[in-house]
Write a protein that binds this ligand. Structure first.
Ligand code: 2RA
Length: 354
């Protein structure tokens, strides 16, 4: 059986990765429609799929009644406007934005962690399956197998997130700043208010910026809040203690996370290493020597979540530290979305027309 597939936001960063992912994983595509803004249509843009240049069609006015899966990567506001109508027309919307992540009766699924949530019938009423935030996805993939053995008590995580997570604008800005080649501190500082930057932003090149998404009233950023609430939701632990600090770093692709995790029951670095070596979606790269760990560059273009620097934290019982790296555009978005559709198909939960 194969499916009528549409990709919304097909000319964007994540949309393009989505198209590549559908190809690479040989997703059973009967028909393929790339969708984008009216401006992209007017500009005559097309998307290459399986050797053909397929012209983009207008996302806003597309009729989804003959579509089985819509993979949408157009941001939360756009998704709120489009997804309900597309789902009502009969297709399953797999949405990369934050718009529906906290909606009641909508499961937040990371297939390696909680694919069984797809079996709950409630979400069918909305027809929308949100993809979790990229920084959350790689963390729960790494922590779930450990939780199953020893029960997580508390997570403290600091992230090192790539510019691509902020979208094309942030990525372009990083490239422009690096190409400008400015390395002396005074010039970099004076450029932080230059016309190419937003007035409140700091330079990204040669810098790390502890600010991703908007600030909330309590001083956390929304990215930090997302990591906390989404982790509880995906792990099914509504009272779990999670504390996040999210930081943008001058890396193009790949998020890294330094995670400190305390367990209810016995756990140490050696146990964690053994458990993670056979866990789904994980590659352990962990030798205490030069290069015996994974970096963002290693993870870029790869599907796996890499776990390195597994070590005991002697400051608390049953507590370890981990370094977790993944390609934020693949596992953090496009791959997870396609895996969700694959999991639905594998469970026989195909779209109504299936
Ligand atoms: C970021 N996690 O890196 C966000 C993208 N969803 O900005």
């Amino acid at each position: 059986m194969s499916y009528a597939v549409a990709v919304g936001g097909a000319t964007g960063n994540v949309g393009q990765e989505m198209v590549r992912m559908l190809e690479q994983r040989n997703f059973p595509v009967a028909s393929f429609v790339p969708l984008a803004s009216a401006a992209s249509v007017a500009a005559g843009r097309s998307v290459r799929f399986k050797g053909d240049d397929v012209p983009v069609q207008d996302l806003a006015s597309f009729d989804f009644s003959q579509t089985d899966f819509l993979f949408l990567s157009t941001g939360a506001a756009n998704s709120r406007e489009l997804s309900p109508g597309a789902a009502a027309a009969g297709c399953i919307v797999i949405d990369n934005s934050s718009a529906f992540r906290m909606a009641p009766d909508v499961p937040l699924v990371v297939p390696e962690v909680n694919a069984a949530e797809l079996d709950r019938p409630e979400w069918r009423a909305t027809g929308i399956l949100p993809v979790a935030n990229c920084s959350t996805i790689q963390m729960v993939v790494a922590l779930k197998p450990l939780h199953d053995v020893a029960g997580i008590r508390r997570i403290v995580v600091s992230t090192y997130q790539a510019a691509s997570g902020g979208g094309r604008k942030v990525l372009d800005r990083l490239h422009a700043e690096v190409q400008a080649g400015v390395t002396d501190i005074q010039t970099l500082k004076s450029q932080s208010n230059a016309a190419t930057l937003q007035a409140t932003d700091k330079p990204i090149a040669f810098n790390v910026v502890p600010h991703i998404d908007v600030f909330l009233d309590d001083g956390r950023t929304k990215e930090e809040w997302k990591m906390e609430v989404e982790t509880r939701r995906i792990l099914g632990l509504p009272n779990l203690a999670v504390s996040a600090t999210c930081v943008r770093v001058p890396v193009t692709v790949g998020h890294a996370e330094a995670i400190n995790v305390e367990f209810e029951r016995p756990m140490d670095a050696e146990m964690a290493r053994e458990i993670l070596r056979t866990a789904p979606g994980i590659v352990v790269v962990d030798e205490p020597r030069l290069g015996g760990y994974a970096t963002q560059l290693d993870a870029a273009g790869q599907d796996a979540v890499y776990v390195s620097r597994i070590r005991n934290d002697p400051s608390a019982p049953n507590c370890i530290n981990l370094w977790v790296v993944a390609d934020n555009v693949r596992k953090g978005a496009a791959l997870n979305a396609v895996q969700m559709a694959e999991a639905l198909i594998a469970r026989g939960a195909t779209p109504p027309r299936g």
